[in-house]
Design a protein around this ligand. Sequence first.
Ligand code: MN
Length: 232
Amino acid sequence: MEYRMVPPGQHKLPPLPYPTNALEPVISSRTLQIHHDKHHKSYVDGLNKAELHLVEARKRNDFEVIKYWENELAFNGSGHILHSIYWTIIAPQGQGGQPGQQTLAHINAYFGNFNAFKEQFITATEKVEASGWGILTWQPTWGRLEILQAEKHQNLTQWSGIPVLVCDVWEHAYYLDYQNKRRDYINAWWNLINWQEVERRLSLAMSGKVPLTLGNAGRFIYSSQPYPFMPF
Ligand code: MN
């Protein structure tokens, strides 16, 4: 499979797909211009800066301020991704068309009907605490759509990312064995990693599949296929 990698520090501000006055009167030209040229640009710049600092940190094996740069990665990375989506999922009035066949079918299958979906999306978005986003997301693990709120942009994730390797550091995962020595637990846990499964998950993630692995009487059942889709 060919895959294009964005090298560290090489993100670019995408141009708006329409003139800044194209969304008036819903969104003014001034709002759109500042939002895109200033706010979105600062996410792109902040993401590039964080990635380049982390390149240096890896070279020097110096992770003293890792929490700061990881937060910058999440905040600016999610900001860049979500704004890039935001510009393209709106269009000048009258040009957006009607919900497509597949969109409608998935909305109806999971949310019941379009109005229920619309009401939940609008209310969930309204009720985001402070700054954030309402997000209709495809959940590849369950083969369906979901509506989620994002506070700020990120909570230390980058939206659209797919987990490949995860380590649980809630205290319940290690406290009986390691007490407060979290690093000892992580060092020991590292030797347990199933790299074949990591490889398999990476391949699936690269084709947009996020299976759950369910143990069953010593057998593993991989639900790597999306649920068969049932049009209402
Ligand atoms: Mn914004």
